[in-house]
Design a protein around this ligand. Structure first.
Ligand code: ADP
Ligand code: MG
Length: 292
């Protein structure tokens, strides 16, 4: 059985207002297990609590309720020691939405070195990690370049290199493709998939794009701070009505299948999340119609 990397039980968080009083919970009782090596997409409309969830897992915020265990360390049953904190910070890395806010140095390779240097990684290991990270994201030839001159997709890949140089077990991408053009999005998505498939890094991809979510092994849908759906992309996107109710959509190919069924066509199968799955279902439909 695969090992659990992140375990939450009724995980909750409330921000406090100016008077110090708790506001309506931003995260309200999330119970979920994320296994090592999983590729999980997190969907939810604006304000549903996705970033709050990410910040709890990344130790930027402390839970106000429930239980949180990361890589075997329970953060909610005892005072975290400095040693544990350091280990946890190495375990979960995060890539944010705006690439410009994440780059701190004036040279690409210095930027990538920033995180591991702060973790106390000595030379020559630091050099090796920076080189490996730049290679992994395909940015080796830009090592001496100035980050601000790069395209959005390249900047995000440098930001990702900075995170993987810290050798995390898990990377959370908080709408990291939202500000990119289609080619930049593809660069980053290809990089995310490669990190998951080839390096075994656990991925949480928070996204607004349904077809991005369809690439994951598993989709979590958060609504109003609660976990609404948890399943494979095919299972989640079969729930079109429920998703519509909470302001979300399904990938276009899935919408087409739902519409054809609503029109009375007998489309069989459940591989609704991806274009390839839908094409297979339609091919079978046409075959059955012809042989009738
Ligand atoms: P999402 O990332 O899904 O858009 P967030 O986790 O950012 O959602 O926000 C969840 C809820 O918490 C929203 O109601 C939002 O207004 C509130 N919130 C987020 N950040 C803060 C903050 N720093 N202070 C107070 N409320 C916040
Ligand atoms: Mg957010």
């Amino acid at each position: 059985m695969s090992e659990i990397l992140i375990h939450t039980e009724n995980l909750s968080f409330s921000y406090t207002d100016e008077t110090g009083a708790d506001e309506h919970p931003a995260l309200d009782g999330i119970t979920v297990d994320i296994k090592k090596g999983e590729y999980v997409a997190v969907l939810g409309h604006n304000g549903s609590g996705k970033s709050t969830f990410a910040k709890l897992l990344n130790l930027i915020l402390e839970p106000t309720g429930g239980r949180l265990v990361i890589d075997g360390i329970d953060l909610t049953d005892h005072e975290i020691s400095d040693e544990e904190l350091l280990r946890l910070r190495r375990t979960v890395g995060m890539v944010f939405q705006n690439p410009d806010n994440q780059l701190v140095a004036t040279i690409v390779e210095e930027d990538v070195a920033f995180g591991p240097e702060n973790l106390g990684v000595p030379q020559p290991e630091l050099r090796q990690r920076v080189d490996d990270a730049l290679e992994a994201v395909g940015m080796t030839s830009y090592a001496k370049h100035e980050p601000h001159r790069l395209s959005g997709g390249q900047k995000q890949r440098v930001a990702i290199a900075g995170v993987i140089a810290m050798m995390p077990k898990c990377i959370i991408f908080d709408e990291s493709t939202a500000m990119l053009d289609p080619s930049g999005r593809k660069e980053v998505l290809d990089t995310i998939r490669m990190l998951n498939r080839e390096h075994g890094i656990t991925v949480l991809n928070i996204t607004h794009y349904m077809n991005e979510a369809a690439m994951a092994d598993r989709v979590l849908v958060i609504n109003d701070g609660k976990l609404l759906l948890d399943g494979t992309p095919d299972e989640v996107f079969a729930q079109r009505e429920l998703l519509c109710e909470v302001g979300l959509d399904v990938p276009q190919c899935a919408a087409l299948i739902h519409e054809l069924r609503a029109a009375g066509l007998p489309v069989k199968g459940d591989r609704i999340a991806t274009t390839e799955g839908c094409v297979e279902m339609l091919a079978e439909l046409f075959e059955n119609l012809e042989t009738r």
